[in-house]
Design a protein around this ligand. Structure first.
Ligand code: PMP
Length: 458
């Protein structure tokens, strides 16, 4: 076992020298020492099944042997040049990544994080359209930089400081929480018909949400807009899915007003959704700009923006885009290895098969427990929304969600949190998991719910 600072000292240092924001995910924070594929090990040697992949980031497995070997070899050869110099890993990677995107999305800009990628996409949209206003959904998370904070609209990440000039938010067509329902018309193996009588699932849900979208376009200053950002499935907001066909109609409305459409694939890309490599393909739309990060590097900091030659040219007219670390030899070698592993190990297919199995299995909990309001998602991206009861759909109080979360961790299962009220469990394991591990996760999660119901009954 790797020996480092004692746990008590780590807590002290964290308190004194690291961000005071509530970053400790658990009441008793985890001190992690080692990872292997879907497993993590803490300072005491306890093992955890990682069903959140370091926030949807470890795509092919912690310390995947092939990715690690490639990184080690590249470190011996050349780490850094900065992109003004050419080096083969960058060109090899650009060829590999662009082959995975449809025409005309063929020009790649390499950066280091999702926020940077979306910052650049914001500039591109404005440079190309010659308009200013950008639209995003309420509940969206597109980054934490001063520019992208204007697009981010969810829970604790919504800032009370001036940010994001020219950014407008629009109603999220959330088919579970939204006023018109429509859960049955989302793209998921799991459908819900809401129980409450006040707002039954409406067969016209998509049209109602589109009307809201039009209202944003028509009544705001955004009559001619620069662009519209959407995650194919919202991650931080708790794996929120839109009605089928919504994005298709929304994209057409945006283009009618001179704007471009941006798909934020930071969480949904690289095969995680199973049926397709990119989330936008599952909506049958073709964006003008695609941003990607997290899973692209399996945990190594890298990100990319992919766009059309026309948009890339218009950017070049107004911005000499430069990024010191973007596209470093090390990042590109790692990115290439990740793409190879996804292909060699059939991980997209695994996401589809194991993900569908997982969704159908966890949906049983919705029938068993009144506090499980919704189970949804696609492939290996699942949200479990906790409510006080199915009739009211009021979010389960944070303190109660915390207890279930902590209980899962204590039994060896790590899951994520999300949603405007932190009411949704988010599950997005590395894409290498098997059905056996889903069974383990299911038993642990169910046991945590049973414990909770007993606590509630006392
Ligand atoms: N877009 C989405 C959809 C995200 O989930 C995130 C990160 N949670 C970002 C952008 C920003 O990525 P980063 O943290 O790498 O800046």
């Amino acid at each position: 076992r790797y020996q480092s600072l004692p746990y008590s000292r780590v807590l002290e240092i964290h308190k004194q020298h690291l961000s005071p924001v509530e970053t400790a995910y658990f009441q008793k924070p985890l001190l992690l020492h080692q990872g292997h594929m879907e497993w993590l090990f803490d300072s005491e040697g306890n093992r955890y099944l990682d069903f959140f992949s370091g926030i949807v980031t470890v795509s092919v497995g912690h310390c995947h042997p092939k990715v690690t070997t490639v990184a080690q070899k590249q470190m011996d050869r050349l780490w850094h040049t900065s992109s003004v110099f050419f080096h083969p890993p960058m060109h090899e990677y650009a060829e590999k990544l662009s082959a995975l995107l449809p025409e005309p999305l063929k020009v790649i800009f390499l950066v280091n994080s999702g926020s940077e990628a979306n910052d650049l996409a914001m500039v591109m949209a404005r440079a190309y359209s010659n308009h200013t206003d950008l639209i995003s959904f309420r509940g969206a998370y597109h980054g934490c930089s001063p520019y992208t904070l204007g697009l981010t609209n969810v829970g604790i990440y919504k800032v009370e400081l001036p940010s994001g000039m020219g950014c407008q938010s629009t109603m999220c067509p959330d088919v579970f929480r939204g006023p018109w329902g429509g859960s049955y018309c989302r793209d998921s193996p799991v459908q819900t018909v809401r129980k409450c009588s006040c707002a039954p699932d409406c067969c016209q849900a998509k049209e109602q949400y589109i009307e809201q979208f039009k209202e944003t376009l028509n009544t705001s200053v955004a009559k001619s807009i620069a662009g519209f950002f959407a995650e194919p499935i919202q991650g931080v907001n708790g794996v929120v899915q839109y009605p089928k066909e919504f994005l298709k109609e929304a994209f057409a409305l945006v283009r009618e007003r001179g704007g471009v459409c941006i798909a934020d694939e930071v969480q949904t890309g690289f095969g995680r959704l199973g049926s397709h490599f990119w989330g936008f393909q599952s909506h049958d739309v073709l964006p003008d700009i695609v941003t990607m990060a997290k899973g692209i590097g399996n945990g190594f900091p890298m990100a990319a923006v992919v766009t059309t030659p026309e948009i890339a040219k218009s950017l070049a007219k107004c911005l000499h885009h430069f990024n010191t670390f973007g596209g470093s030899p090390l990042a590109c070698a790692i990115g290439s290895a990740v793409l190879e592993v996804i292909k060699e190990e059939n991980l997209q297919k695994n996401s589809q098969e194991v993900g569908t199995y997982m969704l159908l299995k966890f949906a049983e909990l919705r029938d068993e427990f009144d506090i499980v309001g919704d189970v949804r998602g696609k492939g290996l991206m699942m949200g479990i929304e906790m409510v006080q009861d199915k009739m009211s759909r009021q979010p389960l109080p944070k303190t109660e969600v915390n207890q279930i979360h902590e209980a899962c961790k204590d039994m060896g299962l790590l899951v994520g949190r999300g949603g405007n009220f932190s009411q949704t469990f988010r599950i997005a394991p590395p894409m290498c998991i098997s059905k056996l591990e889903v069974d383990f996760a299911f038993e642990v999660f169910r046991a945590a719910l049973i414990q909770h119901m007993e606590r509630r009954a006392k």
